[in-house]
Design a protein around this ligand. Structure first.
Ligand SMILES: [Zn+2]
Length: 54
């Protein structure tokens, strides 16, 4: 699962979200801390957490 790094400009916190590509494309990202939408994507760490695929 792709993990996206975001930074909230409202509460000045970075957070990670695991999103599907569909969710990511929708661009309705909200900060989980303050619920604001003033967030920007910092980086995309695809498959940063590796696990054995079945
Ligand atoms: Zn926030």
């Amino acid at each position: 699962m792709p993990i996206y790094d975001y930074f909230c400009n409202d509460c000045r916190k970075s957070f990670e979200l695991v999103l599907t590509l569909k969710e990511h494309d929708a661009e309705k990202i909200k900060c989980p801390k303050c619920g604001g939408k003033n967030v920007e994507q910092a980086a995309a760490s695809f498959f940063a957490v590796t696990s054995k695929k079945s």
